[in-house]
Design a binder for this molecule. Structure first.
Ligand SMILES: Cc1cc2nc3c(=O)[nH]c(=O)nc-3n(C[C@H](O)[C@H](O)[C@H](O)COP(=O)(O)O)c2cc1C
Length: 184
């Protein structure tokens, strides 16, 4: 698939199944992250790969974080939360790592980590791999941050779920260019 085809047609896939993408596909995805726009070439990011048994550990961490926020959460809700990391064979967690810089504020470094995530979405789509960018309250939980050993200057930008596409593909409905691009 060429670049414009991927850019014009990328879509997210919520239903993702085994097996995880092969090593060559994954390396293509990782390398795409490095081509994100990056003010000052700070590379203000790192990535955690969660697969196999680690997904269960992440599920338990989500439960702990939920109980810290709301100790009265019902067991059925906790079970759903525990299963969330099982929605795909692989999760890449994008973490922004903010560096002190006189010209590059924190927001630009977070945006760069977000751009790296978008590049990975596109690289996945271009290789017929399904992907879905998720955050939710777990991305902002101090308990999750501690469990994943994030440092004070780090934050979660994305849980990027990856796997084989399953289920129907969405019909794209693109807005009209003229509605969003106007001459000033
Ligand atoms: C920063 C960010 C966080 C997101 N978090 C979630 C999420 O937690 N749950 C969810 O259903 N969609 C989330 N989304 C949206 C989906 O990833 C997806 O983009 C959306 O469903 C639109 O589908 P499309 O990418 O196929 O256009 C998030 C998107 C972004 C950019």
């Amino acid at each position: 698939m060429d670049a414009l085809e991927a850019l014009h047609n990328r879509t997210s896939f919520p239903k993702l199944t085994d097996p995880e993408p092969d090593e060559e596909c994954l390396r293509n995805i990782y390398k795409a992250a490095f081509r994100a726009a990056d003010h000052g070439v700070l590379r203000p990011w790192r990535f955690l790969l969660i697969k196999g048994e680690s997904r269960h550990k992440l599920g338990e961490l989500f439960v702990k974080a939920t109980l810290a926020e709301n100790p009265d959460t019902e067991p059925a809700a906790l079970n759903r939360i525990r299963q969330k990391p099982m929605r795909a064979p692989l999760i890449i967690i994008t973490i922004s790592c903010i560096k002190e810089h006189p010209k590059v504020p924190e927001i630009e470094q977070d945006l760069s980590a977000a751009a790296a995530t978008q590049n990975m979405l596109l690289a996945a789509f271009a290789q017929d791999i399904g992907a879905f960018w998720r955050t939710g309250s777990m991305a902002y939980s101090p308990v999750v941050a501690e469990g994943l050993a994030l440092k004070d200057n780090e934050k979660i930008i994305s849980f990027l779920y990856l796997g084989q596409v399953s289920g129907a593909t969405k019909n794209l409905s693109d807005p009209s260019v003229e509605d969003y691009f106007k001459q000033w």
